[in-house]
Design a protein around this ligand. Structure first.
Ligand SMILES: Cc1ncc(COP(=O)(O)O)c(C=O)c1O
Length: 464
């Protein structure tokens, strides 16, 4: 915590400048921010606990600090030791931050579904990262749980954090996040809404809040492909409920020891699609750049809004920052590839792939190789930067059937008229009507570069 030289303590500057010994001193005490537009149809005020104000940009900084401090007290972690954990990324970042301060080595196992950003950040914080397959059972020797456990048995002076069953996880939230919410809402909170992964967040906060006011409703947010909701309702793990999903940080295929299901009143499931679209909406309309599971949490509130009244006070947890999902939910092509984003203009149809074209003088044989190698049906024929014609697989075949020697001729001798060219702000209707008459359409972007849009691209976009 801050140390201030005695001579400064009398100066007025003292109160303004607090010097933290280390960045980890800033873990916790995150703000509550009122939401407006994304909950306009929700009868009760909704306050978001924005956990990316933590130095590691996620709620997991809290548990990282607590679990390490407790492990040191219990002698599980000794000087020069190695911290080993299976993590979706956020816990790894929190652990790596504290490890830098205390001089520990970090080895993290994660799954190949996690974003590249998360893995790169762990490496940037000096951790060694082992990426394991997502689609294997938890007890499979290749799973990120098993690899972490095995490493901790092999590496001397190492400590396996196991945030799933380590009760210091939920204890961190009982001691910090819960009290902060109670204080910030002056005890007026009536509903807590939080994503459920290890269960530390929802159980730890609920333990504290229900001690203060047992009437507070606790709503856990789950995802399709996770067994948590079924377990809460039946006490059984339902294997039919377990299948791969995209939402990161929440949902589970195991039942971590951190859960106290008796404190949780309801589990609400949200789809990967709705969570992604809602996260984008929170970012665009509230200006809070949130992660994937924050979208799940607000979508859950909207799905349950009929259970809320104007006198209720809802606190929702925003666990991490949107920057970790730049390559996914904040990437329009990633969203469109999943059919989650409707194309509005020609620009939305082009994607990032470079234009493949041929020169008018190129021999037909070369075009055949190009179409085959790229698995495409047609290309524009260019004279420099100008499209002067087009050629398709079926046209070449017809010419070859008529005269096999055509293969040695320049393509300009057999090419068809050029594809129509539109600017990238042309409406999707314009493109679709042109694709009624033509194999493809060329789209010129603001920088003057050409892109191609085929019937397949339009079909994919319209399937949204
Ligand atoms: C982005 C994100 N959201 C939600 C959670 C769920 O928190 P908990 O593990 O405390 O249940 C996590 C946990 O890893 C997370 O990373």
């Amino acid at each position: 915590m801050a140390t201030v030289a005695p001579q400064l303590q009398s100066s007025p500057v003292y109160l303004r400048i607090m010097i933290y010994q280390h960045i980890t001193g800033l873990i916790g005490n995150t703000p509550l921010v009122q939401l407006h537009r994304v909950v306009a149809d929700v009868p009760a005020p909704v306050w978001a606990k924005v956990e990316w104000f933590n130095p590691g940009h996620s709620i997991k900084d809290r548990i990282a600090l607590k679990m390490i401090e407790e492990a040191e007290k219990k002698g599980w972690l000794r000087p020069g030791g190695t911290i080993i954990e299976g993590t979706s990324g956020n816990t790894g970042m929190g652990l790596a931050l504290v490890a830098i301060q205390k001089g520990y080595r970090c080895i993290f196992t994660t799954t190949d579904k996690q974003s590249k950003e998360k893995v790169d950040i762990l490496k940037a914080l000096g951790a060694e990262v082992i990426v394991c397959p997502t689609n294997v059972d938890a007890d499979d020797p290749r799973s990120y749980y098993s690899v972490a456990r095995r490493l901790s048995e092999q590496i001397p002076n190492s400590w396996y954090v196991n945030q799933y069953d380590n009760l210091d996880n939920r204890q961190a939230h009982y001691e910090t996040t819960g009290p902060e919410i109670w204080e910030q809402t002056e005890g007026r909170i009536t509903h807590l809404v939080a994503g459920a992964g290890t269960g530390g967040t929802i159980t730890g906060i609920a333990m504290f809040l229900k001690e203060k006011n047992p009437a507070i409703k606790v709503w856990a947010v789950d995802t399709y492909g996770s067994t948590l909701k079924a377990y809460h309702e039946t006490g059984q793990i339902d294997p039919n409920e377990i299948y791969p999903y995209l939402t990161e940080g929440i949902g589970e295929d195991i039942i971590p020891a951190n859960y106290d299901f008796s404190l949780i009143d309801h589990f609400e499931k949200v789809t990967d699609r709705d969570a992604a679209l809602m996260a984008r909406e929170i970012t665009r309309r509230e200006g809070i750049f949130v992660g994937y599971s924050s979208g799940s949490a607000v979508q859950a509130i909207r799905q349950l809004k009929h259970q809320l009244r104007p006198d209720h006070r809802v606190v929702v947890i925003f666990p991490d920052h949107g920057s970790r999902y730049i390559g996914k939910i904040y990437n329009d092509e990633w969203m469109r590839d999943r059919g989650w984003l409707r194309a509005a203009s020609a620009a939305d149809l082009t994607g990032a792939r470079p234009l493949i074209s041929v020169d008018r003088h190129a021999p037909v044989a070369e075009i055949i190789r190009l179409l085959t190698n790229h698995g495409i049906d047609q290309v524009p024929v260019m004279d420099g930067q100008t499209p002067v014609g087009s050629i398709s697989e079926s046209a070449i075949l017809n010419h070859l059937l008529a005269d096999a020697l055509v293969r040695n001729q320049p393509v300009e001798t057999i090419m068809d008229p050029p594809f129509p060219v539109v600017s990238d702000d042309a409406g999707i209707e314009t493109v679709s009507s042109l694709l009624q008459q033509h194999q493809a359409v060329l789209v010129r972007d603001a920088a003057g570069n050409l892109h191609i849009v085929t019937k397949t691209d339009l079909m994919k976009a319209l399937a949204c």
